[in-house]
Write a protein that binds this ligand. Structure first.
Ligand code: ATP
Length: 223
């Protein structure tokens, strides 16, 4: 599904990734581990097309997408949940979800068409807490609730693969468990997941844990 081969990345003259390679198959959960500054965010941003200058190969659904703009990668089925969530603070939960909804005439290749109402139902079924607060403004939610909304909003774009940047960071343990359970449910439905995360709760369920050390792939550990 996703294959990264020999990916290097630079911010100006400073190199942040050094020939990183990894693979995420259909329905697999791969966790990217590593200290702050190791290059996890840079790798995810390079895959979605929002990152620095890159060299190397990024293959998704058999297509070479390394030179594609981010919106085309999203249309092919890549969903990205950024570390800072980027919600619309003044909009309600439901409004944040609706602005992201994929237009019904633009289905992801190979997926069934679903109405916006069905999409909303699906994300509310995954995160029941969001249903009960659907009229609340994003700015009035806790960090963990905002994180759920950020994931749910990305799901409204009907991705087949999710790239997530530290979804459990700084979140109350009970909400971390809810997020883990939701991600495992998505995985069981066939979603591929590449998650930068230092919280061991998610790594315990990973097909592979890939450790980045100073922009390089360290050990490939299977828990
Ligand atoms: P964190 O968990 O702290 O976000 P990370 O593992 O995601 O860490 P990156 O944010 O990808 O690491 O950073 C990798 C390297 O690239 C670091 O040396 C960092 O200082 C550098 N870097 C990241 N973003 C930029 C930027 N916009 N401009 C210049 N250098 C950057």
């Amino acid at each position: 599904m996703l294959e990264v081969k020999g990916l290097s990345a630079w911010y100006g003259a400073a190199q942040a990734l050094f020939a990183v390679s990894l693979r995420v198959g259909p329905g697999e959960l791969v966790v990217l581990d590593g200290l702050n500054g190791a290059g996890k965010s840079t790798l995810l941003q390079s895959v979605i097309g929002l990152g620095p200058n890159v060299q190397g190969e990024v293959l998704f659904q058999g297509k070479s997408i390394a030179l594609w703009p981010a919106y085309q990668r999203a249309r092919l089925g890549l969903g990205y949940v950024p570390e800072d969530r980027r919600l619309f603070a003044d909009l309600t939960v439901q409004e944040n979800l609706l602005v992201a909804a994929r237009a019904p005439w633009m289905p992801v290749r190979g997926q069934q068409r679903v109405s916006t109402k069905q999409q909303l139902e699906q994300v509310f079924a995954l995160f029941p807490a969001l249903r009960s607060m659907h009229k609340r403004r994003a700015q009035e939610m806790s960090g963990g609730e905002q994180q759920m909304l950020s994931i749910a909003r990305t799901l409204m774009t009907s991705p087949t693969m999710l790239l997530m940047d530290e979804p459990c960071e700084g979140i109350a343990p009970v909400l971390v468990e809810s997020i883990r359970d939701a991600l495992l449910q998505l995985k069981s439905q066939g979603m591929s997941l590449l998650v930068a995360e230092q919280n061991a709760l998610l790594a315990a369920h990973a097909d592979r844990v890939i450790t980045l050390v100073a922009g390089q792939t360290g050990a490939h550990l299977t828990p």
